[in-house]
Ligand binder design. Structure first.
Ligand SMILES: [Fe+2]
Length: 173
């Protein structure tokens, strides 16, 4: 258990951390390590999807299955963490209607990304289970639309949201 803590927070344990942190309100309570790791994992997912898109119509079916199984739970956990811990802290720290509008947009993007992730999962599962890639261009276009949108979302959070609440993401420097 202690060893697990030392390795850093797993995104799949975010729910537990949320409940532990729910009663805290100071900036010091915001776990920058969790957020840095969350963005890193999302960017790794983007890189993996880009590799798949670049290699089309050739595919690594096992890799497609692995990503298909991880993508939705990963996004849901990260989004839940941001929406319950990070965004409220950002709104409290900065105030102002512009920032409220920003978090509203970011929350809407989370919903869109999760819907999109469901579609990407279906495609990757089909490919992973042996279906031929009939239209590589269309699949590539879909994958690129998904990961490019996620990268833009992450860049905004790193440049605007996290610094405002005292989190400096080293990966963004
Ligand atoms: Fe986000």
């Amino acid at each position: 258990m202690n060893e697990e803590k030392e390795r850093g927070s797993s995104l799949f344990e975010v729910r537990r951390e949320n409940s532990m942190l729910a009663g805290r309100s100071s900036r010091e309570a915001i776990p920058s390590a969790v957020m840095t790791r969350a963005h890193r994992e999302k960017l790794q997912l983007c890189d993996a999807l880009e590799k798949i898109a670049d290699a089309l119509p050739n595919v690594d079916r096992l890799k497609c299955l692995g990503i298909a199984n991880a993508i939705v739970p990963l996004l849901r956990n990260i989004h839940q963490y941001e929406e319950t811990i990070i965004f409220p802290a950002y709104e409290a720290a900065t105030g102002g209607s512009n920032n409220i509008a920003s978090t509203r947009r970011l929350r809407a993007e989370h919903v869109e990304d999760e819907c999109f992730a469901g579609e990407v999962t279906e495609i990757l599962l089909a490919i992973g289970h042996g279906e031929r890639v009939e239209n590589a261009e269309a699949v590539g276009f879909m994958l690129r639309g998904f990961f490019e949108s996620m990268r833009r979302h992450i860049a905004f959070e790193r440049e605007h949201v996290l610094p405002a609440i005292g989190i400096i993401d080293q990966g963004a420097i």
